[in-house]
Design a protein. Structure first.
Length: 209
């Protein structure tokens, strides 16, 4: 995954193949908002709205969800929908990317690591390791204090994410077994969405796990 630097755009396809090169959504969103500003989308609330619409387009795990999100974006501002189409969505939209993304569409983890190690990187290796362990110890201590306050076994952020996913997916209305031997089932939700779950392969056509 990269920020689409010119050197990386040339080198990654040669070394790893373009099908393995994902574009960072956070960097794309910055360019997207610059384009939005040209169409008088400058207020904070409006920018947040179009950003969320872009994220819904990007994180859609099925082609149907992606098409619905694109239709909403196109109805709101056709120029922004066209921007998505013109900027290689197959390299950053989860439903179009050829490899499994597991919901990871940005390189925030790497950016966080760089920030974490910023002051330690110039040090000799023994000092770097010692400093890293000290930072980890302090961080684990803070996390332990936070975990002790959990109510339902998970933190507030994960609890909210589970609740949001539950609302999005809806409740199960019916389950039909296709093959007990292969562990294949049809799952129908109350919002009429239907998925095929293959327990043996640990896959689901919702592409969320």
């Amino acid at each position: 995954m990269s920020d689409q630097g010119q050197a990386l755009l040339k080198a990654v396809p040669v070394v790893f193949g373009k099908e393995n090169h994902a574009y960072c959504l956070r960097h794309l969103a910055e360019n997207y908002l610059q384009v939005a500003a040209k169409y008088d989308i400058q207020k904070k609330a409006t920018k947040q709205l179009v950003r969320e619409m872009l994220y819904i387009v990007a994180y859609a795990t099925t082609h149907g969800e992606h098409n619905d999100a694109m239709q909403e974006l196109r109805a709101y501002k056709p120029e922004l929908a066209q921007w998505v189409t013109d900027n290689e969505p197959e390299q950053w939209v989860e439903s179009k990317f050829k490899k499994q993304c597991w919901g990871r569409l940005n390189n925030n983890v790497i950016e966080s690591w760089n920030n974490w190690m910023r002051r330690l990187r110039p040090m000799p290796v023994p000092w770097l390791v010692s400093g890293h362990l000290e930072k980890l110890g302090k961080k684990f201590g803070k996390h332990k204090e936070s975990i002790d306050k959990w109510v339902n076994g998970v933190g507030e952020r994960i609890e909210q994410k589970i609740a949001d996913t539950y609302k999005q997916m809806g409740c199960v209305a019916a389950v039909e077994c296709y093959s007990m031997l292969l562990g294949e089932y049809s799952v129908v939700l109350i919002n009429s969405r239907k998925f095929v779950v293959k327990l043996g392969c640990q896959t689901c056509t919702c592409r969320k796990w």
